[in-house]
Write a new protein. Sequence first.
Length: 79
Amino acid sequence: MTRSQSERDRVTVEICYALLSAGVSAVLVFGAIAGPVAVWDLPSGVERTLLLAGGFVAAALAVVRVVHVLRRFSRNLRG
């Protein structure tokens, strides 16, 4: 099955939207979790834990967001 140019454009836009929204979500979550490190003088162990937790949760959220957006788009594309 050959896709038309408009269908290819829709897929490209949806991929860009998925990546952009995942990036924004990840930055916001990382900031919420690791933000206290920049504001307060915390013990080094707590700082490291917050940074690692923020990075892990942000990365996991980004992956989940991309998968969710693209799966929803795929379902809508099929009918």
